[in-house]
Design a protein around this ligand. Structure first.
Ligand code: ATP
Length: 984
């Protein structure tokens, strides 16, 4: 069978409501198969272009039909290029179906950052059905059509659904199977890698598949909610196996099998382990191991296809093992890369496009899976005989080599390593024996028997009962960050009371998980047709519509309820809803989060806000619950750390540009040490905290060494104490700058005074003094000349005593790397006396602009002093003492004292003006002196040459030399005694 390339499609989604609210800029364009992306920070640069098999424009040019379907709008300029769900299915899904029908394995996987539209394409929403449901429906349409045409072929469709989260494979149709560790991934010589024991349900209609999908999605939601996990970090694989049984030309019973995998990958952001946070924990944690391994496998395959002999590391993650066939083996493969249209996502979208571009180079080799059943059974029997022989006497031989994915011994392995491999092989053999036996049994079973068995299994499902009950009985319905998982968990509020608590307490009616759920958390009571809610523990966190519930309160339809820090539900009262004259607004997860942030005192009003402020608001809404959760986990595990949101401008971070960001201040309650984490670092760490909590909650060992502990920061690592902004304007006029500036920390608090000089000098480093008078009138005069200057970091005063080993770092004007001073310890008033010369060999116009309007940021770093009085505290008690619950989030922007950058610049400008004024006065007095001398020499005129030289004289001495050149002798130029001298 010939090799063929992976087909790649990209798809652009519309702006979401947040992007619309902040008037986000569209950075993507598509023409034919080509996609263009523009860097919003470099508008004059040309757009980068990428060509794919398909470029789907689903951004605009659509209209909403009566039933909610998003169809192309012929009246819109982009109506023609708009790709709806049906078009995408026709192009991609139909091809996959035809392949499966012809007996090929096919894989379609969706890649892209969280919220870019992967699930929209793969699964879809409501009537906008994605590839999976359309595919499933089409399978049965075809089967029915074949049957109606009198075909004697017997069709068997099997459905499976699995999820990979943190390298654990969970069967979504049987979530308990495999226990805590989930299903094992095994290797089969013919099938390749597979998840051992995965439920493969026989389905006989589209309706059957729909039910199974719903069941799988509900199980996914329950797992994500219980583990406090975010589903966007999980990969979902829907497997559909189509088996056609018929008699071949020789009259033998034959099976043609097409296995289809439809893969919705986890959000790709920060999949790169060398990503933005640079956090040491990142690589250790399994957060995105599967996704970064996928990237490595794709790169290796791309290299291989260009002729390099590269080893492909399939075995590095369960995802790459399960996708091995799709990527480098027996499969026809399609990748769909989901793109966000918004400027803010430029980096991620560009990296998605590059990823997709690399995937184009991968080649697979698909073969038709068609064999007589008897032959298949015979082969399986023979294979099992071979396996049994190999295992006889427990003497398994580990093969040697360096293949991509086999269990093989390599040079230099120790005895123990070989023994471990032997054990692994033995397990693989045993699993394969079982799998083969199971497969043989399945092949021998009659279709009717299999169907009966599968129908008996699904009787247990009470999904349709729940749907019916939801129409009449008040209930809680979960709200999830992922809209696919919203409304999948339902708790009915029927009977007289319903208690809510964690699994550790007395059995509650509604058992919720999470560090902030108390044993007895809250209770619903039904009285006189009304439903009330109250807390059962004084420190239980319970919010209704964003506000704390401190006394028994009636719960109305559409109320948003937050139990603890993560369990967010919508209260639905069908009677109240149906009696309302006007429909209730539809509540989304984002709305509920914004409401909580607004009630915490943050201004969440979106009107008249700049784009940056709106982005800041979004970050705040996301981060408030995350920080609260981290605090709950810290309390529960007694980790001594307190987390606090801070809002930090780029200047406060010690950076020259960038938007104001949400960061997290981390303080150790015992030692007083403090660190500031970026949002991304915090989010990554929080995932690991959740894992740790999960272990603790499950009663497993959860104590980890520091290098794996998300709460650990090395107290010896230097911290960023504060920054100073130095305007460079004086240098543009070649005037020395000598300043005492305020050092401010992330929160705008003063951390000391900084003494700095920037002095123009000559090439050899001789500093210019006032006497040199190198002052330029207009900085443009510098263009084309050379410029030399000295940066002198003299000292700082009054740095807080808790810091030592103090040093300053900065990027000097025109440079790209940081310059660092030496470290000074044992004082709050370090004298660095640091001096370094910088040169601009040819001053360019952009240099002039940088000097005239720009600044240099100096960051002050230091170590936190060890040996500070360490008190022994209990995290929970200490936080309560600090009344963290109320003050955990600083209200509004009140915690930020913004240093008024404009004011500092103004002060420096007026100092500069003063200096320039002084220079002008000096020039004037030189000219006056010249006139006086000319007068005393009875001159009517002075030569222009002399005037010019006086004007350009670089010092008084020089000027006087020129003035003295005015001749004394009398001539035609003499003026009458009464007249005044004019010089021009
Ligand atoms: N083509 C589209 N047309 C209309 N809405 C879309 C489209 N693509 C995505 N959306 C909307 O954008 C949001 C995010 O999409 P989706 O859930 O598919 O993203 P995702 O990449 O799967 O995210 P996650 O990684 O969290 O699962 C959803 O609310 C979805 O309805």
């Amino acid at each position: 069978m010939a090799e063929e390339s992976v087909k790649v499609a990209v798809r652009l989604r519309p702006f979401n409501s947040r992007e619309k609210a902040r008037n986000a800029t569209l950075i993507i364009d598509m023409k034919g198969p080509t996609t263009y992306i523009k860097d919003p920070s470099a508008p004059s640069e040309e757009a980068k272009s990428f060509t794919f098999d398909y470029s789907y424009w689903s951004h605009d040019g659509s209209k909403l039909e009566g039933d909610g379907y998003i169809a192309p709008d012929p009246g819109h300029p982009n109506g023609k290029k708009f790709a709806d769900q049906k078009t995408v299915f026709q192009d991609l899904g139909m091809g996959v179906l035809t392949n499966a029908w012809d007996g090929f394995n096919s894989t379609l996987f969706a890649y892209g950052q969280t919220g870019s539209g992967k699930s929209w394409s793969v699964v879809g929403y409501g009537v906008n059905r994605g590839i999976v449901p359309q595919f499933c429906e089409e399978v049965f349409n075809r089967v029915d059509a074949e049957k109606n045409n009198g075909s004697s072929t017997q069709f068997e469709v099997n459905f499976s659904m699995l999820e990979i989260y943190n390298e654990i494979v969970r069967d979504l149709l049987n979530p308990g199977s495999g226990g805590k560790g989930g299903l094992k991934v095994r290797q089969h010589p013919k099938k390749g890698f597979y998840a051992q024991g995965l439920t493969s349900a026989l389905v006989s209609s589209y309706n059957d598949i729909e039910k199974k999908m719903e069941e799988g999605t509900t199980n996914r939601t329950v797992a994500a909610t219980n583990m406090n996990a975010t589903s966007s970090r999980a990969h979902t694989i829907v497997g559909i196996t189509l088996i056609q049984k018929f008699k071949n030309a020789a009259g033998e019973e034959t099976a043609k099998t097409g296995i289809v995998n439809l893969v919705d990958l986890a959000g790709s952001e920060r999949a790169d382990s060398t990503g933005a946070t640079g956090d040491r924990l990142k690589e250790g944690a399994a957060i995105n191991q599967s996704l970064s391994s996928l990237g490595n496998v794709i790169s290796a395959l791309a290299e291989k296809s260009s002729g390099k002999n590269t080893r492909v590391p399939y075995r590095n993650s369960v995802l790459t093992m399960l996708l091995k066939n799709a990527l480098g083996g027996n499969s026809k493969t399609i990748m769909i890369a989901a793109l966000s249209p918004a400027d803010i996502n430029y980096d991620e979208t560009l990296s998605t496009l590059r990823y997709a571009d690399r995937a184009k180079q991968i080649k697979t080799k698909a073969t038709v899976n068609e064999d007589p059943t008897e032959k298949l059974i015979r082969e399986l029997q023979e294979e099992n005989e071979r396996l049994k022989k190999m295992m006889e006497g427990g003497n398994i031989q580990v093969p040697r080599g360096d293949g991509d994915d086999e269990i093989q011994a390599s040079e230099g392995m120790s005895e123990e390593e070989i023994a471990a491999l032997k054990k692994q092989l033995e397990e693989e053999y045993k699993a394969e024996l079982e799998e083969n036996a199971k497969q043989m049994e399945e092949m021998k079973k009659a279709y009717e028997d299999k169907l009966r068995e599968s129908q008996e299994d699904s009787k247990a499902s009470s999904l349709s009962d729940t749907q019916a009950k939801k129409q009449t009985v008040p209930h809680l319905s979960n709200l999830n960050f992922d809209p696919q998982l919203t409304g999948k968990i339902v708790y009915f509020i029927d009977g007289d009371t319903k208690t809510v608590g964690n699994k550790k307490g007395e059995q509650s009616d509604i058992v919720l998980a999470g560090p902030s759920i108390m044993a007895q958390h809250a209770v619903f009571t039904v009285e006189g047709g009304k439903i009330f809610l109250e807390k059962m523990a004084a420190n239980a966190r319970l919010l209704m519509n964003g506000d704390p519930v401190n006394q028994k309160t009636e719960v109305k339809h559409n109320a948003r309820l937050m139990f603890g820090t993560t369990q967010l539900y919508l209260f639905v009262n069908p009677k109240e809803r149906d009696a309302a004259k006007t429909p209730y607004p539809e509540i989304t997860f984002e709305m509920a989060q914004d409401e909580i942030a607004a009630c915490s005192g943050f201004d969440m009003n979106t009107e008249n806000k700049s784009q940056d402020d709106l982005l800041l608001q979004e970050d705040l809404a996301d981060m408030i619950p995350a920080v609260e959760e981290a605090n709950s986990i810290s309390q529960e595990l007694d980790k001594k750390l307190k987390f606090e949101i801070i809002i930090v401008s780029s200047e406060a971070r010690g950076e020259l540009s960038g938007r104001t960001e949400v960061m997290v201040r981390v303080s150790n309650l015992e030692t007083g040490y403090e660190w500031v984490w970026s949002k991304n670092k915090f989010i990554d760490r929080k995932y690991v905290m959740q894992e740790l909590f999960q272990k603790y909650d499950d009663g497993e060992t959860w104590d980890v060494p520091p290098e794996q502990d998300p709460f650990y920061e090395n107290p010896e690592d230097p911290v960023h104490i504060g920054s100073v902004k130095v305007w460079l304007q004086s240098l543009a006029y070649l005037i020395e700058l000598k300043e005492q500036l305020e050092i401010t920390d992330f929160r705008g608090r003063q951390m000391g005074i900084f003494n700095l000089e920037v002095v123009p000098c000559n090439k050899k480093g001789k500093e210019y003094t006032e006497a040199d008078d190198v002052f330029v009138d207009d900085p443009e005069e510098l263009v084309g000349k050379d410029l030399h200057f000295m940066v002198k970091v003299n000292s700082a005063r009054g740095i807080p005593a808790r810091y030592t080993d103090l040093y300053a770092r900065f990027i000097a004007p025109g440079q790209t790397d940081f310059t660092e001073t030496a470290q000074i310890s044992g004082t709050s008033n370090p004298n660095w006396n640091f001096k370094k010369q910088y040169d601009l060999p040819v001053v360019k116009p952009e240099h002039v602009k940088m000097l005239r309007d720009g600044a240099m940021m100096v960051q002050i770093w230091g170590d936190q002093k060890s040996g500070q009085a360490k008190k022994s505290v209990n995290t929970k008690k200490e936080m309560e003492k600090l009344s963290m619950a109320a003050q955990q989030v600083h209200h509004g922007n009140a915690n930020v004292k913004t240093v008024d950058a404009g004011k500092v610049k103004y002060m420096m400008q007026s100092a500069l003006l003063e200096k320039r004024q002084k220079k002008y006065e000096e020039k004037m007095s030189q000219l006056r002196k010249m006139v006086k001398v000319a007068n005393s020499h009875h001159k009517v005129r002075v030569e222009t040459k002399v005037i010019n030289e006086v004007l350009n004289a670089s010092s008084w001495k020089e000027a006087e030399k020129q003035i003295n050149k005015i001749p004394k002798d009398s001539g035609g130029d003499e003026i009458p005694k009464s007249g005044a001298c004019t010089i021009l």
